[in-house]
Structure formats: C-alpha cells, structure tokens
Design a protein around this ligand. Structure first.
Ligand code: G4P
Ligand code: NA
Ligand code: NA
Length: 194
C-alpha cells in the first residue's frame, strides 16, 4: 500500500534495526483517514471470503479492526490482555509471551462473541515475532471457528512471525512489508503498486 509506505518513510522513526516507531500516526496518535484506507485495503485483499467477524487484540489493533469491519459490514471483537484471568468457562484464553516486555499475559475472548459458526479475519498493527497473532489463531481454534487469514498493517519481514504463521497454513496479507531498516533508510518488499 503506497500511501502507507510513503507515510512510514515520512513519519516513521527507526529506533534500531528492529524497532520502528509509528506513534505519530498509527498507534498512539492516530490518523483516521489513513486508518480508514487501511481498513478498505484489507477488505479488498480478502474480498470474496465469507467473513463474519474481524478479530484483533487490544490496544493498537483496535482501530484497524474497526476500519476493516466497517468496510466488510461485519462486527469486530478485540481480545483482552490481562496479567491473569480468572479461568471461567465463559472465555477462551491463551498465554502469550511478550518478547518486548519479557512477561506472559493471558489473552481472552468471551465465548459469546466467537463460535463455530464464525469465519474470522485477524487484523493487527504489527507482524513481528508473531506471538500475539499465534495466540489469536489458537483462540479461533478453541472456538472451532474458521480462519481466513491475517492482515498486518506493518510486517517486519526479518522477524520470525510470517514463517511461524505460514507453517500453520495461515494466509497473510501485510500492507507494508519491511525487509530491512536503519535510521537512514527503509527497504520495503514491493508487492503491489497501490
Ligand atoms: P506480534 O508479532 O504478534 O505482534 O507479537 P510481538 O510479541 O512480536 O509484538 C509485541 C508487541 O510489540 C505488539 O504490541 C506489537 O504490535 C509491538 N511491536 C512489535 N514490533 C514493533 C515495532 O517495531 N514498533 C512498534 N511500535 N511496535 C512493535 P502489543 O503487545 O500487542 O501491544 P499494544 O501496543 O497493541 O497494546
Ligand atoms: Na499490537
Ligand atoms: Na503494538
């Protein structure tokens, strides 16, 4: 997605070869017009799939799930992230290890909002190590729902997330795929002209 790549080049801040700061337009301050375009782009890439629900994880996936769900005309659900959940019968839950924060948290979704009748598209801001996304894939499995794929706004292709998801047979659509980056320049893997 050219609009997104241009914006990352203009306003993204490469903190190290592994960390890209985009909090002036994507995940702290948020540009609503860009966000809506991102939602439309995911809806187009997964057009033709019988999606009934978009799933993301709090916090920074929420606006992209919202924009995508609006474009698809379906609801979205965001998984909650807590230090510990009271394990009750009414939530699907999975432990996820955060590599950036070196701690494990529980990701959970109410059984009311995800069932075997659902066909789900996962959306998130970053595809990095894949830990959070693999947690969401697990939750969809617990629900017996069908997964059509993962939409990532930014993929850091040099990290292991894509490979781990592909091993599980998951279709991935990333709107900006970063091959490598430094404070001087960002290299994208070009897929489309738009
Ligand atoms: P992921 O690939 O499944 O996202 O998992 P990973 O454990 O690698 O990422 C941990 C958190 O760090 C995620 O946010 C992810 O969005 C974020 N992240 C990963 N790489 C970058 C980066 O280069 N820049 C920025 N700004 N964020 C990055 P989270 O734990 O879901 O937290 P939240 O911010 O959504 O609340
Ligand atoms: Na995230
Ligand atoms: Na994040």
């Amino acid at each position: 997605m050219k609009l997104l790549q241009d914006r990352i080049r203009k306003d993204g801040d490469v903190l190290s070869s592994h960390v890209l700061k985009v909090d002036s337009f994507l995940n702290h301050q948020v540009d609503p017009l860009l966000t809506m375009e991102i939602g439309k782009a995911f809806a187009e890439r997964f057009a033709g799939e019988p999606i009934t629900k978009v799933l993301t994880i709090e916090a920074s996936g929420i606006q992209f799930a919202m924009a995508t769900a609006l474009a698809l005309g379906v609801p979205f659900v965001y998984a909650k992230k807590k230090k510990a959940v009271t394990l009750t019968e009414d939530v699907y839950s999975v432990p996820v290890e955060s590599f950036t924060r070196k701690e494990t948290y529980q990701v959970s979704v109410s059984k009311k909002y995800l069932t075997a009748d659902d066909t789900v598209l996962i959306v998130d801001d970053f595809l990095a190590t894949g830990a959070a996304l693999i947690g969401l894939v697990d939750i969809i499995g617990q629900a017996g729902a069908k997964l059509v794929g993962v939409g990532a706004v930014i993929e850091k292709s040099f990290q292991e997330g894509r490979g781990l998801l592909e091993q599980k047979g998951v279709r991935i659509e990333s709107l900006a795929r970063i091959e490598s980056m430094s404070p001087e320049e960002i290299h994208f893997i070009e897929e489309t002209a738009t």
